[in-house]
Design a protein around this ligand. Structure first.
Ligand SMILES: *[C@@H]1O[C@H](CO)[C@@H](O)[C@H](O)[C@H]1NC(C)=O
Ligand SMILES: *[C@@H]1O[C@H](CO)[C@@H](O)[C@H](O)[C@H]1NC(C)=O
Ligand SMILES: *[C@@H]1O[C@H](CO)[C@@H](O)[C@H](O)[C@H]1NC(C)=O
Ligand SMILES: *[C@@H]1O[C@H](CO)[C@@H](O)[C@H](O)[C@H]1NC(C)=O
Ligand SMILES: *[C@@H]1O[C@H](CO)[C@@H](O)[C@H](O)[C@H]1NC(C)=O
Ligand SMILES: *[C@@H]1O[C@H](CO)[C@@H](O)[C@H](O)[C@H]1NC(C)=O
Ligand SMILES: *[C@@H]1O[C@H](CO)[C@@H](O)[C@H](O)[C@H]1NC(C)=O
Ligand SMILES: *[C@@H]1O[C@H](CO)[C@@H](O)[C@H](O)[C@H]1NC(C)=O
Length: 372
């Protein structure tokens, strides 16, 4: 006779998951290094998601275009920066299965972040979007980006808490040189050390300028930040570009942001651009541990046995068309921020609407890496 107790342990031994990935999403960072598991996700498919659709409930899809000015003094350039929601343009493809080609407004499909060439009132208009909940703690953060080829702007994909807790990937279009195939990307941890160096991270060991093995203006590529407990890793198309450790590694949760701007600073953004410059974002995928009590509680309830088959799902590398949230049952109990009619919907997915006041905009990113 089999006791109930034996039956129970038998089913635990077999493993039992209600839905795939209920215990999270994993990355393997390389030989000799372990696996990291993250409990939550944010997947934003900007080819199909209209961030600026007719009902602009604040932060509807977990993101909000930012509106704020930085004076030239604060921006530390000859011009100020005017971050303008109108310079954030969703250029979508209607067919949910199509991921490449022109959007409905012409030009590359995706989220256009535009820097204007014309100066108004001493300000250069640019674009910035930020996540609405600063819950992004350790995680792997990925963005598909095609960088402008118009010289004179700074485009950034970054994680931001404050000016000494910040992880940046920054493209300076004036640094690109097609004639000798030189396309650098600037990788930065803004830390107490960079603050002490006058916010010039280049004077610290948490700044690297790395040449990309491709032309980032010719096509979309995946840029990736892995924010791990003891280090930060930067990747392009799944190839490691740099690793940084030490006291510059942030110790708090923060927000994700994408921005595109110019202030004419000859040491950094240069510009303004001679014509409107567009950097296009095709997606952001974030797999992360949330700092929100509610999300941590949900995880503990949802995750019965992390050892069970399919309880943890491996995050594919550099696949622009793969979204867990387009698969059945792989995002149960996640906040999926879906747009009606796009993709299939799995059980337990919730679309959450946020109605917070506009975030106090971050001053972050490239502005502080000056005087090079
Ligand atoms: C998801 O998985 C659960 C448990 O296996 C199942 O009951 C449900 O029908 C699945 N839902 C979908 C949409 O496949
Ligand atoms: C994320 O949170 C889960 C659940 O608490 C934990 O098991 C995992 O180790 C955490 N991941 C990292 C990289 O700290
Ligand atoms: C540049 O952007 C501004 C503001 O959005 C717009 O008025 C202007 O027509 C644009 N210029 C070009 C050449 O598209
Ligand atoms: C940023 O946040 C960290 C952690 O909360 C704090 O120690 C640090 O002083 C903050 N830095 C600034 C510039 O506010
Ligand atoms: C490419 O050319 C630029 C401008 O002439 C020069 O500054 C840069 O050092 C060159 N890069 C390489 C790798 O040769
Ligand atoms: C930090 O990185 C350096 C250079 O890659 C390495 O030599 C050092 O061992 C690392 N320190 C820790 C604590 O991982
Ligand atoms: C990328 O993901 C899509 C969608 O799931 C899949 O059809 C395709 O086979 C994947 N590509 C690669 C190279 O794995
Ligand atoms: C997750 O499931 C719990 C329990 O059913 C529920 O209270 C919570 O709202 C769900 N969270 C999300 C984001 O769906």
């Amino acid at each position: 006779m089999i006791s109930l107790r034996a039956l129970t342990s038998f089913s635990i031994f077999l493993g039992f998951v209600l839905a795939d990935c209920e215990c999270g999403y994993s990355i393997a960072t390389g030989p000799g290094d372990g696996e990291y598991i993250f409990t939550d996700l944010l997947e934003s498919d900007f080819i199909h998601l209209d961030l600026t659709d007719g009902t602009p409930a604040y932060g509807k899809y977990g993101w909000a275009p930012q509106e704020f000015d930085m004076s030239s003094e604060v921006a530390r350039g000859p011009y100020g920066e005017a971050f303008t929601p109108q310079n954030v343009i969703s250029n979508n493809i209607a067919d949910a299965q199509t991921f490449e080609g022109p959007g409905s407004k012409g030009g590359d499909a995706g989220l256009h972040l535009v820097v204007d060439s014309e100066i108004h009132d001493g300000m250069v208009a640019g674009a910035d979007i930020a996540t609405t909940v600063p819950q992004y703690y350790h995680g792997t953060f990925r963005a598909g980006i095609k960088v402008t080829d118009v010289p004179g702007t700074c485009g950034a994909f970054f994680w931001y808490m404050n000016d000494t807790q910040e992880i940046d990937i920054e493209f300076l279009s004036s640094q690109f040189d097609k004639s000798n195939n030189t396309f650098p990307v600037n990788l930065v941890l803004q830390s107490k050390e960079s603050r002490d160096a006058g916010f010039d991270a280049s004077k610290t060991d948490s700044f690297r300028k790395v040449n990309l093995p491709f032309d980032p203006t010719a096509d979309f590529h995946e840029y990736r930040i892995d924010f791990l407990p003891d280090r930060v890793r930067f990747y392009a198309d799944a190839s490691l570009l740099a690793e940084m450790n030490g006291t510059g590694v942030p110790s708090t949760p923060g927000n994700l942001q994408l921005s595109h701007w110019s202030n004419g600073n000859t040491g950094w953004s240069q510009g303004p651009p001679a014509r409107n410059a567009t950097t296009t974002v095709s997606y952001v995928k974030a797999y992360f541990n949330s700092s929100l009590d509610a999300r941590q509680h949900d995880y503990r309830v949802r995750c019965k046995n992390p050892e069970a088959p399919r309880a943890v799902c491996a995050v594919p590398d550099n696949n622009a068309t793969f979204f867990f949230s387009n698969m059945r049952n792989m995002t149960m109990n996640q906040t999926a921020y879906r747009q009606d009619g796009v993709g299939s919907s799995g059980a337990g997915q919730t679309t959450q609407e946020w109605s917070l006041p506009l975030l106090a905009a971050a001053l972050g990113a490239c502005a502080w890496v000056i005087g090079l």
